[in-house]
Design a protein around this ligand. Structure first.
Ligand SMILES: Cc1cc2nc3c(=O)[nH]c(=O)nc-3n(C[C@H](O)[C@H](O)[C@H](O)COP(=O)(O)OP(=O)(O)OC[C@H]3O[C@@H](n4cnc5c(N)ncnc54)[C@H](O)[C@@H]3O)c2cc1C
Length: 375
């Protein structure tokens, strides 16, 4: 039996960022079922930072994370964490209401400007004229180096004496004498606090601990990589996003990343792409652009796991001492990780949430798991 102050279940971006902060003041171990941290959703994202993406609560967390992405701590990473990309939101004639609804939020409007269809086609020359009746441009959207971010947090955790234990699948959780007894495939552990950062499996972990689940829903999203058109320089294209989020695409290291932005309910699992969704992704991009796709370079799928209100969850379970929820990262777990990691450490330690986070409009009550149990 090994004793720690805090056991974190899951070494994806959520567990890694929280662990990096908590290891400064506590004995921390991160328990990861896979042989590699980041094998599941963290390694499968579109890697975008956009302050316009998600609901109000998500946008506030993203704003609160901005400074970390642009000015990471010294020694966190060798290169930059973000690179300019830009996001171009396009609307067909029948999608004008969606465009007006999108820009109605004041914080979204502050970051995006209306551009003419001609300007949109100049930024992404493969777009078909009929696909762009109106457009918006968000210059502040950036590509994230997800691997650098994730590895940076894991390094920060280890530097403070924290441990990452891989091939350690949690199989049972029992609370006894003020301690959580955690059984894993790599041995037994004990700690006063357990942080549930198990992504798509977070409700399963709660059930093992006899804690009421939240009602998290993993939704599968498919990603397809296709070769860029010959004789075209694509690096400077923005991410092009259908205003109703029916598809999006962007340059990705010489190829084009595209997705039909599918949200297919799935049990927690090692998600695999469905051929129908791959075909749908290609159909969407061929309708909106002049591309004719002959070959798929690679394809994958990942689970974006949402709480019922699509806001993230951070806080102690109201009915179980020492059981902390860090879940429901949905499609925003990368861009919100800096604020979520710091905020989680503050809440676990019983401290005030740092002022720079609340100043961005983050309301911890909107993140609390109590919102699902209060009648
Ligand atoms: C196609 C796609 C595009 C996306 N695009 C973006 C984007 O542009 N920007 C953005 O911010 N986000 C994006 N996301 C979402 C983002 O990737 C996720 O929100 C984030 O990675 C979730 O991180 P996590 O740590 O919660 O989950 P995960 O990375 O899934 O980590 C959870 C970990 O818990 C472990 N685990 C589970 N059960 C156990 C157990 N019993 N014992 C031990 N370990 C366990 C798992 O093995 C896993 O490693 C996208 C996602 C997808 C699929």
């Amino acid at each position: 039996m090994s004793d720690f102050d805090i056991l974190i279940i899951g070494a994806g971006i959520a567990g890694a960022s929280a662990g990096a902060h908590l290891a400064r003041t506590h004995r921390v171990a991160v328990l990861e079922r896979e042989s590699q941290p980041g094998y599941h959703t963290t390694g499968r994202s579109a890697a975008l930072f956009s302050e316009s993406y998600g609901n109000e609560s998500v946008r506030a967390l993203t704003r609160a994370s901005r400074d970390f992405f642009f000015n990471p701590p010294k020694d966190f990473t060798d290169g930059a964490l973000v690179r300019p990309r830009g996001a171009l939101y396009i609307a067909r004639q029948d999608q004008m209401k969606e465009l007006e609804d999108f820009i109605a939020a004041l914080d979204v409007a502050a970051d995006t400007v209306r551009v003419t269809p001609q300007e949109a086609l100049r930024r992404c020359p493969i777009l078909r004229g009929e696909a762009v009746a109106a457009a918006l441009y968000e210059a502040g959207a950036h590509d994230v180096d997800v691997n650098a971010l994730h590895q940076g947090y894991l390094r920060m955790l280890r530097k403070s004496g924290g441990q990452v234990l891989t091939n350690a699948a949690v199989t049972s959780l029992r609370y006894e004498n003020d301690l959580w007894n955690v059984r894993t495939s790599a041995g037994d552990f004990r700690a006063g606090v357990v942080v549930n950062a198990a992504g798509a499996w977070a409700d399963e972990i709660a059930k093992l601990a006899a804690v009421p689940p939240i009602g998290l829903q993993p939704l599968r999203r498919t990603a397809v990589l296709v070769p860029a058109p010959e004789n075209m320089s694509i690096d400077s294209w923005p991410m092009v996003i259908d205003i109703a989020e029916q598809f999006y695409f962007k340059p990705d290291a010489g190829n084009i990343f595209l997705t039909p932005a599918d949200e297919t309910p799935s049990p927690p699992c090692d998600a695999q792409p469905d051929e129908l969704d791959v075909a749908l992704a290609i159909d969407h991009i061929e309708r909106a652009t002049t591309l004719s796709i002959r070959r798929v370079q690679s394809k994958w799928a990942g689970l974006r796991t949402f709480a019922p209100d699509r806001s993230l969850v951070a806080g102690f379970a109201p009915s179980a001492k020492g059981f902390f929820w860090l879940a429901g990262q949905g499609g925003y777990g990368i861009q919100t990780a800096p604020a979520m990691g710091e905020l989680t450490a503050a809440l676990v330690q019983g401290n005030e949430v740092p002022a720079h986070i609340t100043a961005c409009g983050v309301d911890v009550r909107a993140l609390s798991p109590a919102r699902f149990t209060a009648s």
